[in-house]
Design a protein around this ligand. Sequence first.
Ligand code: PGA
Length: 264
Amino acid sequence: MKDFLVVGNLKMNLLSENECEHYLAELRKAAYGKHFTHVKGIVAPPFVHLYRFAHLPTHFALAAQDVHWEKSGAATGSISPLMLKSFSTEYVILGHSERRSALGETDEIIRAKVDGALKHNLIPIVCIGETREERDQEMTTAVVSRQLESIFNGLSTLQSEKVIVAYEPRWAISTSGTGQLPTTTDIFQVKVFMRKWFTEHFDAKLAEKIRVLYGGSVNSILLPSFSWEAEMDGVLVGKESLFPRELVKMMEMSEQHFKNTDAV
Ligand code: PGA
């Protein structure tokens, strides 16, 4: 079975060394003595804190929030995949809607970053999802399909199975969304559409292998309905991941759920 992923996107938070150390101390305390066999935690701090996060508790891995597609050179303000690797980073979040909308990141730019990440053995967690207007115009599957096409077109089977897709309806993100929330059925329908898309573009085996996460207002109360009840392979958590105890609680709930499922 694939590990269920609980990914914390800390965004542009932890503003000082003190805040960062406090967060890490809380995370270590919350995770102390906990053992997970079905779940993995992933934390994505801002770049400047990556080195502090290099020694995370067991069952946690490190992610960055972006990466450049080139490994070095004239790219002012950018971070190379090799720099991320040197801080033990395993994953990188790409194409987050906040970067798509505020910084004008296009599908093409995101695809270049996916290629750069894969080339240097970073696992991309690529965010996709429709706006409220697109949803209202019943364009969700058209948008998702276009975004999947741009991520996967031309990738080999081996490359494709490494990519993690995070379905984040933009309107459901706690800080930049509309305050509305999707139902389990809404999420499940997109998951079914994506599985079909993967089956048609690759094959059923690969469709099972590619992980799809849900993101947007996830907390420990909504976790079941946003994740396993909708057959998602994990969650991408923004605001609530700023509370290490919440993050670990979601990991524990998921562990319990999958243990119970195993026992059936
Ligand atoms: P949220 O953010 O959990 O605060 O809605 C999710 C995200 O933006 O990835």
